[in-house]
Design a protein around this ligand. Structure first.
Ligand SMILES: C[S@@+](CC[C@H](N)C(=O)[O-])C[C@H]1O[C@@H](n2cnc3c(N)ncnc32)[C@H](O)[C@@H]1O
Length: 195
């Protein structure tokens, strides 16, 4: 059973991870085939400080693939426990992103939001404020997929162009993976410094 959308729509991520074995095909995803993910890895590893905080880290496979020290933050206890079991050399926190950002006192040089923005839209403005208040100079990276027939979230970000226009940090890198001629569907990667 892998119909995870009804759980996502209801914000029931713990129930989803209990019911669905691998909702986003995380176990089978080929990061090397994604220019966005390759750019993320390159940007982080090209720096002196590679420690990365991955918000909404799922089963932790992508954070491990980056091959850096890091901390994953995950809302679902099931996903958090699985990640901590699979990757004991990384650190994982069982927390809601916005609560973690409010209380965290560690100065991470890199913050990664990979395929998570649609799920934290009402909290994004506060997360941005916290980054600007507590983490100036950090590298913020978002990877996010958009869809031609998408309905959800358009009042916040009406496609990749709008997301780029509203990007609240400096721009160091933009990568776009277009999967249709409309140049809307596909994954976007955008990265920049927190001013
Ligand atoms: C699409 S998965 C992405 C996982 C990972 N970042 C990746 O790219 O492979 C989104 C994850 O974010 C988690 N999540 C959703 N809302 C969250 C929140 N408010 N705080 C922390 N994690 C959240 C979900 O449980 C899920 O594991």
């Amino acid at each position: 059973m892998n119909d995870y959308h009804r759980y996502v729509r209801a914000g029931k991520f713990e129930e989803m991870w209990k019911e669905c074995d691998d909702p986003w095909n995380e176990k089978g995803e080929c990061y090397e085939a994604s220019p966005c993910s390759i750019a993320t890895k390159y940007l982080i590893r090209a720096q002196d400080q590679v420690t990365t905080c991955s918000l909404g880290s799922g089963l932790g496979r992508h954070l491990d693939w980056l091959n850096v020290s890091g901390c994953g933050v995950e809302l679902s206890e099931t996903a958090y426990r699985t990640a901590a079991f699979l990757y004991p050399w990384l650190t994982f926190e069982h927390a809601n992103i916005v609560n973690f950002m409010r209380t965290n006192t560690m100065a991470f040089p890199n913050f990664l939001f990979r395929e998570i923005l649609w799920y934290i839209l009402p909290d994004w403005a506060e997360v941005v404020d916290i980054l600007k208040t507590k983490h100036q100079g950090a590298l913020a990276i978002v990877e996010l997929s958009f869809y031609d027939n998408q309905k959800y979230g358009l009042d916040y970000f009406n496609g990749p162009d709008d997301f780029i226009a509203k990007w609240p940090f400096t721009i160091e890198k933009i990568v776009r993976e277009h999967t249709t001629k409309q140049q809307r569907e596909g994954r976007l990667m955008i990265a920049g410094r927190v001013p």
